[in-house]
Design a protein around this ligand. Structure first.
Ligand code: 5GP
Ligand code: ZN
Length: 114
């Protein structure tokens, strides 16, 4: 996708602070963090949102979810708790139309979210 910001980050055309990368997934720090740790976990294959999840293979989905728990463990986010969010569509505040999971940690979170 030529005009997709996260595809440009995946290709390296736009720089990012990378945390983890493999064949299927890239994890990097959010440029405008909403918590002391704020990561974005994205599939390398472009899909617009979780509403297109059937376009990913089971292996890719397992890699994405597995990378979230692995990295949460490595960074010690699981000790006090952390949050995983995927904003979907305009009403939920999705601003980049490439599936991404926000992983937020190292502060207190309230429920329900805003
Ligand atoms: P959304 O609003 O779609 O749920 O999340 C998009 C996220 O991408 C936002 O939290 C925003 O701060 C982040 N973001 C936007 N542009 C860039 C960028 O160029 N680099 C990085 N690392 N994050 C970005
Ligand atoms: Zn994309």
């Amino acid at each position: 996708m030529d005009d997709c910001l996260f595809c440009k980050i995946i290709s390296g055309d736009i720089k990012s602070d990378k945390i983890f990368e493999n064949e299927f997934v890239l994890v990097f720090r959010d440029i405008n963090p909403k918590a002391p740790v704020h990561l974005l976990v994205v599939p390398k294959k472009h899909i617009a949102s979780i509403m297109e999840i059937e376009k990913l293979g089971h292996g890719e989905i397992a890699e994405i979810m597995g990378s979230i728990s692995r990295i949460a463990k490595e960074l010690g986010l699981d000790k006090d708790g952390f949050r995983v969010v995927t904003n979907t569509g305009q009403g939920a505040g999705q601003s980049v139309a490439h599936l991404h999971f926000h992983v937020l940690g190292k502060r207190t979170f309230h429920w329900p979210p805003g």
